[in-house]
Ligand binder design. Structure first.
Ligand code: ATP
Length: 205
């Protein structure tokens, strides 16, 4: 279980983007998160993946603090995959730095063998997003924060990406927090959905 207890954080002194936010995400669960633009969804997603210093509150994985070093068991996947990869590395090296997915899994994500020799700018945004998703699935990763990851994909590629991710998540019992503005998509993917407003979370129907 991934848990946030009463977390508060912000960027500017005296201004908190999140104010006492608590949530629980179980292994194997898909949880949706939406809210108006600027409400703090990405901030919360990055915080869960250990990218922010909290002003107060805590994060726990199975009742213990999250590790400070090594592979983080919670991986944040940003909308813009360029943020997740080194632009000067070829795709093969980008993947290998995280782990070595086998050819069958690469194929399930539609990643061609010839891509491995290319640089990130030599792939489309949607292709690079699939690389970033596969890269995040290293053994030891338990939770994914999918922050608007499919909004730049066409409908068919989007459906294929979610289908593949759902299969892998089920096999590995991964918990997934899906952040997005597309409420129909969140409703389809997630058993439970939350809404972020004024720095606080509430349940969404
Ligand atoms: N690095 C930063 N430095 C300062 N302020 C930031 C930073 N990142 C985000 N903010 C501010 O924090 C608030 C929350 O931003 P965040 O990106 O978390 O919102 P969001 O709900 O994900 O928005 P969107 O739906 O538009 O992606 C916004 O007011 C934003 O301007």
């Amino acid at each position: 279980m991934l848990e946030a207890h009463d977390i508060t954080l912000g960027y500017r002194p005296g201004v908190s983007v999140l104010r006492g936010v608590s949530l629980q995400l179980a292994a194997g669960e898909w949880l949706g998160l939406s809210g108006a633009s600027g409400s703090g969804k990405s901030t919360l997603g990055r915080a869960l993946a250990g990218h922010h210093t909290l002003r107060s509150g805590s994060l726990q994985l199975d009742g213990a603090p999250l590790p400070r070093h090594g592979l983080h068991p919670v991986q944040w996947l940003p909308q813009v995959p360029e943020l997740a990869v080194n632009p000067r590395w070829r795709i093969g090296r980008i993947l290998a730095e995280a782990w070595t997915p086998d050819a069958a899994l690469r194929q399930r994500f539609g990643i061609g063998d010839d891509w491995l020799e290319r640089y990130p700018h030599e792939l489309s945004g949607g292709e690079l997003q699939r690389v970033a998703v596969l890269r995040s699935l290293a053994p030891g990763v338990r939770y994914l924060i999918a922050d608007e990851i499919s909004s730049m994909l066409d409908a068919i590629t989007q459906a294929e990406l979610w289908q593949t991710l759902a299969e892998v998540a089920e096999q590995r019992d991964l918990g997934v927090l899906v952040i997005g503005h597309d409420r129909a998509l969140l409703k389809r993917l997630c058993q439970r959905r939350l809404w972020l407003e004024n720095g606080q979370l509430c349940a969404e129907a």
